[in-house]
Design a protein around this ligand. Structure first.
Ligand code: PGA
Length: 247
């Protein structure tokens, strides 16, 4: 049985004070129906970890090197030191605006796994790739690059977020049929690379305009084990509604 995992991705939103207020309000309503969490700015991580009893707190990025001349970056040992247990990597905004590639995402995944931090690895096609019917080949190639040279045992613990880029922040969410089909392709690709046991264990999220109104239909899909949620995770009320609807 895969335990569902629903994570808010706050992106570059919320000061430390705002993050604290959200966590104090939302943390008490979490329940065992799923693992719930939020991805915060690097600055808010420490306080968030201190304030959260139930929510898991994720970093939104990391560097793959431990230290060195990488101005403005944060390394995995730095995250480890403050007790971070999850880290989003390869989000499409990072791939599109900050040069993240399957190769660097793969290095980040390896370094996180070595530290015992769970990667939440994001993949997904652009609108042009969707229109050109390249979704399946994009998913397979992103996974074969980002998950290269890992051990099957390590892959079991990873979370994959399938997020079609055209659905992110647009209100134009994928149909549940499309989302299920793509998450099934993700699982199939993992089976091809690391075997059935790893594929059955890995948790796959759908992301892209998930909100209280559509969370239930995604969660009912066989290969969808959760969601990565941007906009609808910023307001405590809407995140609480999502928690309530996934009991
Ligand atoms: P959205 O963002 O829910 O606002 O579409 C999802 C994401 O970027 O992970």
């Amino acid at each position: 049985m895969r335990k569902p995992i629903i994570v808010g991705n706050w992106k570059m939103n919320k000061t430390i004070a705002e993050a604290t207020a959200f966590i104090k309000e939302v943390d008490p309503v979490c329940h065992d129906g799923a693992t719930y969490g939020v991805g915060t700015s690097f600055l808010a991580l420490q306080d968030a970890i201190k304030n959260a009893k139930n929510l898991i707190i994720a970093a939104e990025n990391c560097h793959f090197e431990d230290s060195g001349a990488f101005t403005g970056e944060v390394s995995v040992p730095m995250l480890e030191e403050i007790g971070v247990k999850y880290c989003i990597i390869g989000h499409s905004e990072r791939r599109q605006m900050f040069g993240d590639s399957d190769e660097t995402v793969n290095k980040k995944a390896k370094r996180l796994i070595k530290a015992g931090i769970t990667p939440i690895l994001c993949i997904g096609e652009t609108e042009a790739q969707y229109d050109a019917k390249e979704t399946e080949s994009v998913i397979r190639s992103q996974l074969s690059g980002s998950l290269a040279d890992l051990c099957p045992e390590c892959v079991k613990g990873i979370v994959i977020a399938y997020e079609p880029i055209w659905a992110i922040g647009t209100g134009k969410s994928a149909t549940k049929e499309d989302a299920q089909k793509c998450c099934h392709i993700v699982r199939d690709q993992i089976e091809k690379m690391y075997g059935k046991e790893a594929a059955d264990a890995v948790r796959i999220q759908y992301g892209g305009s998930v909100k209280p109104e559509n969370i239930v239909e995604y969660m009912a899909c066989e290969d969808i084990d959760g969601a990565l949620i941007g906009g609808a995770s910023l307001k405590a009320d809407s995140f609480k509604e999502i928690i309530e609807k996934t009991k």
